[in-house]
Design a binder for this molecule. Structure first.
Ligand SMILES: Cc1cc2nc3c(=O)[nH]c(=O)nc-3n(C[C@H](O)[C@H](O)[C@H](O)COP(=O)(O)OP(=O)(O)OC[C@H]3O[C@@H](n4cnc5c(N)ncnc54)[C@H](O)[C@@H]3O)c2cc1C
Length: 468
């Protein structure tokens, strides 16, 4: 498990169970965590470790062997997969379209001598289905309305390990676990599981762990709380930072601790929904096609349309991170306006330290640094202002990528590039031309202040909060 880090609603796990039963062999779930990935920090590590401790706890008395492994030094894990798979009947891994997972898959192919399968549990629509990318959410929504119903009939197993008679393994080879010891966890004073030896791993210590706990159990709790609480008001509350009207699931989705399939299934159960309620035409409209409540439809539009639009893009476009990957109209207009006088000009360091003249922007940056989250509406403004106040759009892109992926719990995700590139025109259309932005959509703090409720937000994240 490298992307879909959960024990349920996971096609890769279903496939592994299927093979274990077919071959009559034990199932070993191997969950590694490297030390040398970009933006590795206490924050990202702890979220994944939370999930590992959760899985270890849940599998403690199971016939399945769970092998969590955390590299002590970059490169320490080299050779592990090859040794571990020496006696394996086959190896199943999970597919993810972004970051280092695709490189891991290539390395996996070289390391493993037996059959290796990569299984996609990323979204409701299989990544391979469309065979192409989409330039806007509207086009993708139209496509989904035509094609998605065919993929809703089967869902991953909600409890693949609880019902199947899996054979147990007496133990992993001693030489293997001597060389690559299984991760061990202990409780800290706050009752949170921490990795024994975490302090010695050379990762970014300045980005500290946050209160929000990772792992499948916590993710499910968060989702249930949202269904019982904010979901019914989502359509009205989601844009207001004061109202905490969104699910807060993005980091759980990012780490693979919760599945879109599970979320979608629960929503349809709660609505008593069946496919017979779908209301044609398949014209890409945002409301009314599902025939669910307005709030559930609005939520599914983010969870499925927007999320899978970006995941698909990263799957098909290797170059998804580069400035040059922007749509030609956006590149042209940004370049044309790149020499416009900026109303304010800040360096990466000034942005990072929340040292701009703008109260709302600084508050958003403080929340990002301190809490590892950023409300979606303010995140759009945050990005638009980095674009406006940087010397060149390229520099703005670098700043957004660095700050988002370093500090956001949900960073380093296909959605990260969707959001950041949306700021610069991807998945959007041209707007009336303005200085600096050109035809790329602009946003202002003044209109944000007028449109959204953020009094409490500003008193929480205002100037009094000192960064790091
Ligand atoms: C500059 C910028 C950077 C962003 N970086 C990230 C990032 O690193 N990781 C990330 O997950 N999202 C990112 N987003 C998208 C969005 O801000 C977050 O997904 C959302 O705020 C997460 O909060 P939530 O889980 O409460 O969302 P909810 O409103 O509850 O939505 C449910 C889920 O739908 C998906 N979703 C919601 N909005 C979007 C969107 N605009 N695009 C794609 N998927 C969406 C997410 O998976 C989210 O968890 C970024 C947006 C911008 C403008």
């Amino acid at each position: 498990m490298t992307a879909t880090r959960r024990l349920s609603w996971n096609y890769a796990l279903d496939r592994a169970v299927e093979w274990a039963l077919e071959l009559g062999v034990p199932l070993v779930i191997f969950e590694p965590l490297r030390a040398g990935y970009r933006w590795a920090s206490d924050r990202h590590h702890q979220s994944i470790i939370d999930g590992m401790a959760d899985s270890a706890h849940r599998l403690a008395h199971s016939s399945v062997t769970y092998y969590p492994y955390v590299e002590s030094q970059p490169g320490d894990g080299r050779g592990l997969l090859s040794s571990l798979s020496q006696r394996a009947g086959c190896v199943i891994t999970d597919q993810s379209p972004v970051f280092f997972q695709s490189r891991l898959l290539e390395a996996g192919k070289r390391a493993v001598n037996c059959r290796l399968e990569a299984v996609d549990s990323v979204g409701l629509l299989p990544l391979a289905a469309p065979g192409r990318t989409f330039s806007a959410a509207y086009h993708f929504r139209r496509y989904l309305q035509k094609e998605l119903p065919d993929h809703l009939g089967s869902m991953p197993d909600s409890g693949p390990l609880s019902t199947k008679p899996l054979k147990g393994l007496e133990g992993l080879p001693e030489a293997l676990v001597d060389r690559w010891p299984m991760a061990r966890f202990e409780e800290n004073a706050q009752g949170r599981s921490v990795l024994v030896g975490l302090d010695a791993i050379p990762i970014d210590r300045s980005v500290s762990a946050v209160a929000s706990i990772g792992g499948e159990t916590e993710a499910r709790k968060r989702f249930c709380a949202f269904v019982d609480g904010g979901l019914s008001r989502y359509v009205d509350d989601r844009n207001h930072p004061d109202l905490s009207g969104t699910s807060g699931l993005s980091s759980a989705l990012h780490y693979g601790h919760i599945s879109v399939h599970e979320v979608f299934h629960s929503l349809t159960e709660a609505e008593g929904w069946t496919q017979s309620r779908i209301t044609p035409p398949n014209d890409g409209r945002r409301q009314g096609w599902w025939s669910m409540s307005n709030s559930t439809e609005a939520f599914i539009d983010q969870l499925v349309t927007w999320r899978e639009l970006g995941h698909g893009y990263c799957h098909y476009e290797e170059d998804y991170q580069s400035y040059e990957s922007l749509p030609p109209w956006a590149l042209e207009t940004l370049e044309h306006h790149s020499t416009d006088r900026r109303p304010w000009l800040y360096s990466h360091e000034e942005f990072e330290a929340a040292a701009t003249h703008d109260e709302i922007w600084n508050a958003a940056q403080r929340q990002l640094v301190e809490e590892g989250t950023l409300h979606n509406y303010l995140r759009m403004l945050w990005g638009k202002k980095i674009l406006e106040w940087s010397a060149h759009p390229r520099e703005a892109l670098d700043t957004m990528i660095e700050l988002n992926n370093r500090y956001a719990l949900d960073g380093r995700d296909p959605n990260s590039w969707s959001g950041i590139m949306w700021v610069m025109g991807r998945f959007d259309r041209g707007w009336p031309e303005r200085p600096v932005f050109g035809k790329v959509r602009s946003m202002t703090s003044d209109s944000t202040r007028r449109k959204v409720k953020l009094t409490d937000y500003l008193s929480r994240w205002g100037e009094q909060v000192k960064l790091l």
